[in-house]
Design a binder for this molecule. Structure first.
Ligand SMILES: Cc1ncc(COP(=O)(O)O)c(C=O)c1O
Length: 331
């Protein structure tokens, strides 16, 4: 029996049928190179975000854009800053580029941006804030982000990674595009891998000031997008019903899982993403839960692989599977 994968925060409802149609229409043409500059997708994204085409950077997954940001804006001897317990790619990719990555602590599992301020030094060039944060699922608010931006020197690029932004239901979530128009050092990063369900096609985008976007684009590897991804992304953007339904179902299941896990005595916090974070007093308890679920065909994420001990992350699945998890844990 192949285990159900609840370890990588993919959309358990798949992707939009419109995206599948777009792929079907083009898959026989994969012997062709993709376009170097996906203008139609950029135009669609520019329209959605209320910016110009020149503000958009598209990449083979948002991790490729994270890589490009480090490559473009962090020179030798310069540094990256992020939070402890956040998305591992920030530090991993800084390491690949031989750039130092510094970490600010979380406060009660929240990425309070104020905590970053004492860690900013003369060499800091790029800050990453995942919002919602992976793995804790917490968010920072519009007011918190704006207050932080008003205190950060303009020569530091602040990237707010909204890979899970479409799952957020909290009304205090930032209108980050509005802030980007005011703070030109702000970069907004988004992904088609999560709610849009296109993780396997590798496509993401970022919104930033024109000058930065042109530097990023100059440094991109030619033909790094694949032949199918931009059409699938365009079709996904058109299917607003699919996105709404995925977000709604996720929010319902998120409430259910957090409530039931808390009732069973687990340490967890409300999440705004499509996953839930659990932490344990000792590693044995964690391993017990992980192994028991795996033996029952459910593969969740042991955060140890990201060097975070005593914690697990569960991607929120469909109703039946969440009920199965709770029933297994109750037993
Ligand atoms: C916070 C965050 N940003 C970015 C990504 C990567 O997304 P992509 O598939 O677009 O590279 C992930 C994937 O898990 C993530 O958790």
């Amino acid at each position: 029996m192949e285990a159900i994968k609840l370890s990588a925060n993919e959309n358990c409802y798949g992707c939009s049928p419109l995206a599948l149609d777009a792929i079907r229409q083009k898959y026989k043409e994969v012997y062709l190179y993709p376009e170097v500059n996906p203008v139609a997708l950029k135009a669609k994204l520019a329209d959605k975000c209320g910016v110009t085409l020149k503000n958009i950077v598209v990449g083979a997954g948002s991790v490729r854009i994270i890589d490009g940001l480090i490559q473009t804006f962090v020179g030798p001897g310069e540094e990256v800053l992020t939070f402890e317990k956040s998305f591992i790619a920030y530090s991993q990719l800084a390491g690949f580029h031989k750039r130092k990555c510094n970490y600010a602590p979380l406060s009660d599992l929240r990425c309070s941006p104020e905590n970053l301020l004492p860690f900013i030094n003369d060499n800091t060039r790029l800050i990453f804030i995942a919002n919602p944060n992976n793995p804790t699922g917490t968010i920072i608010s519009h007011a918190e982000l704006e207050s932080f931006l008003s205190k950060v020197p303009e020569n530091i690029v602040v990237t707010i990674d909204e890979a899970y932004g479409e799952y957020v239901t909290d009304s205090f979530y930032p209108y980050s595009i509005e802030l980007q128009k005011k703070y030109h050092n702000l970069v907004i990063l988004r992904s088609f891998s999560k709610i849009y369900g296109l993780a396997g096609l590798r496509i993401g985008y970022a919104v930033m000031e024109e000058y930065k976007a042109s530097l990023m684009t100059e440094g991109q590897i030619p033909f790094s997008l694949n032949y199918l991804s931009s059409d699938a992304a365009i079709a996904s953007l058109d299917d607003t019903d699919f996105i709404k339904e995925s977000a709604l179902a996720n929010a319902e299941q998120r409430d259910y899982l957090v409530r039931e896990l808390k009732n069973l005595g687990y340490n967890t916090i409300p999440s705004q993403a499509n996953f839930i974070y659990l932490w344990f007093d000792n590693d044995n308890e964690k391993i017990k839960m992980y192994d028991m679920l795996l033996q029952n065909g459910i593969n969740i994420c042991d955060m140890k692989i990201f060097k975070q001990e005593k914690s697990l992350r569960i991607t929120i699945g469909k109703k039946e599977i969440n009920q199965k998890i709770i029933s297994l844990l109750t037993k």
